[in-house]
Design a protein around this ligand. Structure first.
Ligand code: ADP
Ligand code: MG
Length: 327
């Protein structure tokens, strides 16, 4: 049986002077989960991650791993490891020594350090670059070296703070596939901080959406995407329209909006923009209350009955495609 090593945040709080950066958040990360902390800049993601790692003190509440309260342990004693945003590789050490650094701190002899560094470099496919200095590596290679360095301590939880943000868009997509593969192979918990919704949707089994120091909504990625509970979550995840109707505020996915004649439709609209996007067409319309919505139509649906700018249309959706929003 797998070790019971769920990570739990219990009313975890971080205050910097009078700033409350993380406000009593609670969440249970099951072992082996790929979780993304998603939210805009300044919402408290890095502070949360650093408190889990032990690089920042906990102001209130606690972090437990398995049955252990790790809130006040030094980073190396927690069973967690952190990969930093800028990788923080030592410029004067070659890749092998960077990867083996924490073993040196633990007083392991050189033979063991080199053996384990070699295993980690095999894992990230970097054996042939072991003698290079960080400055002699590409962005993607630096990222893999940083990953190997974090994993050499055999952590139960790997914490990654915006691990892909330093990469160009092409490499970012390739490296995110590698991260996911690595997490599956290792079977450990990854907690990955990002402000990119695409990245979170692509990677996460579970998504924790943060806003203003609290968890706005969390759970299985598809469940959150399919049923956002607040206007903030719907807007932040994208691909949703937030529509204020007389009976309340709704979220309706862009791909669930359909165009028909104005009579009998849920809403009248006027087309303000039409963007051809290859497989689909994004059609923007104004609706009553000076609101704007976007419908994503398949190219087939649009071109069977093309519309023009300024044309009056009706917008419709299936009742079950709409979710009532709080706030
Ligand atoms: P995120 O990673 O989501 O961008 P952070 O956790 O870095 O957010 O920051 C959350 C809030 O805490 C912000 O208002 C930020 O300015 C503040 N903050 C972060 N680190 C410090 C610090 N060392 N001292 C004072 N305020 C900080
Ligand atoms: Mg941050």
């Amino acid at each position: 049986m797998r070790k019971q090593l769920d990570l739990e945040l219990i009313s975890l709080t971080k205050r910097y002077g009078s700033t409350v950066a993380v406000d009593a958040i609670s969440y249970h990360f099951k072992v082996g989960t790929y979780a993304c902390l998603l939210g805009p800049s300044g919402c408290g993601k890095s502070s949360t991650l650093r408190m889990i790692a032990g690089h920042e003190t906990v102001s209130d509440g606690s972090v437990t791993l398995g049955a252990r309260d790790i809130s006040h342990l030094p980073p190396a004693k927690r069973g967690t490891a952190m990969m930093f945003q800028n990788y923080a590789l030592f410029p004067h050490l070659n890749v092998r020594d960077n990867v083996a650094f924490s073993l040196k701190m633990q007083g392991k002899d050189q033979a063991e350090r080199h053996k384990r560094a070699h295993e980690m470099l095999e894992l990230v496919d970097m054996v042939n670059l072991a003698d290079r200095l960080p400055a002699q590596l590409s962005g993607g290679q630096q990222q893999r070296a940083a990953l190997a360095r974090a994993l050499i301590t055999k952590p139960d939880v790997l914490l990654l703070d915006e691990p892909l943000s330093a990469l160009d868009p092409f490499l970012r997509i390739r490296m995110r596939a590698e991260l996911k593969k690595l997490q599956r192979e290792l079977g450990i918990t990854f907690i990955h901080v990002t402000h990119g919704q695409d990245e979170a949707l692509a990677l996460a089994d579970e998504i924790v959406v943060m806003n203003n120091a609290i968890i706005e909504q969390a759970g299985a990625t598809r469940a959150v995407f399919d049923a956002p509970k607040t206007a903030f979550v719907a807007r932040f995840l994208g691909s949703h329209n937030v529509i204020a109707m007389p009976e309340g505020t709704l979220a309706v996915r862009s791909d669930a909006l359909h165009i028909k004649q104005a009579e009998g439709a849920k809403l009248p609209g006027t087309i303000t923009n039409i963007e051809y996007q290859g497989t689909h067409v994004a059609l923007t319309a104004t609706i009553p209350g000076e609101q704007e919505v976007t419908a994503i139509l398949s190219d087939k649906e649009f071109f069977e009955n093309p519309k023009n700018l300024g044309e009056a249309i009706g917008l419709d959706w299936e009742a079950e495609a709409a979710h009532a929003l709080a706030g």
